[in-house]
Design a binder for this molecule. Structure first.
Ligand code: NAD
Ligand code: UDP
Length: 329
């Protein structure tokens, strides 16, 4: 049985990947400190899964360093802008020191352990090349408000290739474009969760700026499929994974409004500083190297996500009613 160490297992992407690995017969040891992840994402995992609560920016627990691993997969990092703004130093450290420590673990395995690093389309910053191929070096403000995430991920990539070039660690890197799906935290502040929950509550739906900035949204199952294919390929350089269908945020908000048949109106708010104006992956490399293309269209992915969020919304509403009832008893 292959053994995988998966950091960020209690997060949105990590918990989906954990289940896929378990379904394929891997033994998975998840690590997380719950700074943005949720215990409930671990609750329904089925298979050979165990969990260690730890901060991977701190010296790694002996349970991790004294075991042997086939794959070490590093997903731990705050990922939504409001969350990384709230955890700036922690975000930098988990991508810097966290990445270095996990690479060190792989180096000590003498070539037995493959390392995976979850990078991001944010390494392209506010891109001047559109769509973005992997060969584009990006347009990043190194002291801007988003630099705590962008530069941390760029450093994480650089550290990964330092270990690859110097110590021949076998590495895989994916630059993930905006991904959504069930198990996202309703409170994470990303556009998908904000707009869906605002619409479900009947609150105004917040569009930042005039909504003309673009994003390309990938359903989580497509991402997980691409990750598994990369792990099984011999390609060591960064690969974009994302859905190249591009929407303005205004188009996206109207789609959500129509899907939920919401009475909510759109409300326009200030565009956050350094918010990228456009983002769309060039996926030629993933198509060529992995035979991968996204399968889920946005409408289909949003319907599946909504079904999950409706359940979450009902249990959140029940919880707040119960609290009110308790106060009035
Ligand atoms: P998430 O916040 O849901 O998951 C991240 C997980 O990492 C959380 O469970 C959190 O508690 C954990 N974590 C953070 N710091 C930690 C630390 N120091 N020690 C242990 N655990 C820690 O975010 P996500 O959307 O699932 O993102 C997962 C990874 O994918 C991140 O590295 C993120 O940068 C990358 N990514 C995601 C997207 C996306 O659209 N979801 C896009 C680009 C890149
Ligand atoms: N956004 C928005 N309303 C919201 C949350 C986000 O209009 O309630 C915009 C945000 O300004 C950005 C886009 O939606 O242009 C995607 O934001 P998100 O935080 O999901 O991810 P990003 O791609 O910026 O990391």
């Amino acid at each position: 049985m292959k053994r995988v160490l998966l950091t960020g297992a209690a997060g949105f992407v990590g918990s989906h990947l954990a289940q896929r690995l378990l379904d394929e017969g891997f033994e998975v040891v998840g690590v997380d400190n719950f700074c943005t992840g949720r215990k409930q994402n671990l609750a329904d995992l089925k298979g050979s899964f165990s969990f260690i609560e730890a901060d991977v920016s701190k010296p790694l627990p002996l349970e991790l360093t004294q075991q042997s691993w086939d794959w070490v997969m590093h997903f731990a990092s705050p990922a939504s802008p409001p969350k990384y703004f709230a955890l700036p130093v922690e975000t930098m450290l988990v991508n810097a020191e966290g990445t270095r420590q996990l690479l060190e673990l792989c180096k000590q395995s003498q070539g037995r352990t493959k390392f995976f690093y979850a990078s991001t389309s944010e390494v392209y910053g506010d891109p001047l090349v559109h769509p973005q191929p992997e060969a584009y070096w990006g347009h990043v403000n190194s002291i801007g408000v988003r630099s705590i995430y962008d530069e941390a991920k760029r450093y994480g990539e650089a550290m990964t290739y330092a270990y690859h070039r110097t110590f021949q660690v076998d590495v895989r890197v994916i630059r993930i474009f905006n991904t959504y799906g069930p198990k996202m935290d309703p409170e994470d502040g990303r556009v998908v969760t904000n707009l869906m929950f605002q619409a479900l509550r009947g609150d105004p739906m917040t569009v930042y700026g005039d909504g003309s900035q673009t994003r390309s949204f990938q359903y989580v199952a497509d991402l997980v499929e691409g990750i598994m294919r990369l792990m099984r390929s011999s390609y060591v350089w960064p690969v974009n994974l994302g859905n190249p269908e591009e929407f303005t945020i205004l188009e996206f908000a109207k789609k959500v409004q129509a899907l939920i048949q919401a009475k909510s109106q759109l409300t326009f708010q200030i565009l956050p500083e350094d918010d990228p104006k456009q983002r769309k992956p060039d996926i030629t490399l993933a198509q060529r190297e992995l035979g991968w293309s996204p399968r889920f269209k946005l409408d289909e992915g949003l319907r599946m996500t909504l079904a999950y969020f409706q359940q979450e919304f009902q249990s959140m509403s029940k919880l707040s009613h119960d609290r009110i009832d308790q106060r009035t008893v």
